[in-house]
Design a protein around this ligand. Sequence first.
Ligand SMILES: [Zn+2]
Length: 318
Amino acid sequence: MAYENTILALPLPWHKDVWEGFSRAIDVGRMPHALLLHGTNGVGKRRLAMTLAQQMLCGAEANQYACGSCKPCKLLLAGSHPDLTILEPEEDGKKIRVDDVRRLCTKLNTTAQQGGWKIGLILVADAMNINASNALLKSLEEPQGKTLLILVSDRLHALLPTIRSRCQKQYLSTPSEDVATHWLKEVSGNSSDVAKAIEVSNGRPLLALHNIESGTLALRQDFEAIIEGVASGSLSSVEAAQQCVKLNGNNIIEWYMNYVHRLAVNEGQGGGDRRLFQFQDRLMSARQLLLSQSNVNQQLLLEGLFMDWAQSSNAISH
Ligand SMILES: [Zn+2]
């Protein structure tokens, strides 16, 4: 978050309409007290939340976006704006703590130090446990003037219904492939990997960018070459499993599932070979095993999977 916190963000091209809606609401003084940005992971929800927070805290007159040079903007860019509070779990998979939510609510109830809006940003809002959610509900029930809570969630259904119903919901969709591709080429400065990155990320542009920048895309491509080698018979299941030894087991299974899914969609155009679906189930049990046990022998697990994969691929191609 520190990175996103310190850059001056502009709305993403596919958020133009949503952004214009927010701008109009700000202009006429009709911003809600609580917004819930939801949609799948990797479409830019955090980015939009941050852009909106920056715009609302900026002290310049009648700007379409935050100016970046006024005092509030400078505080924001330094990560020390006193009227912006950002909450997120300390680590992936961890919960947001009730004490942190209480602190946020207290801040929203006190006078703004810069004299403008007070903004609370809850990233991964579905990571609030029941106590944290109940603490937040009180704030939602008694909104103060010039306060805005922005909740961000990939899993709308995991939020308390009472929280969902007190927020103005804004769904953010995945852009078209053309829009995603054009944007990713511009920001990554890399045109050769863009199509593949978009493909393995199911069209979600920020996830695709992350896959390129983190080096995950290159690892995935290596992994897909391995499973294609197994399918064609040029690699034995033992050799293939050895080549995967440095990769994280959970990641491999996710990548494998994504690969088989794309294969089923491309081949079947809605139908798909039932053996692909059976293999997908096989991958799901492997994933379950890896998640539930800490001492799984990855080499043996993969050898077994690759052996089945070789058989399925052989049966499908004949
Ligand atoms: Zn400014």
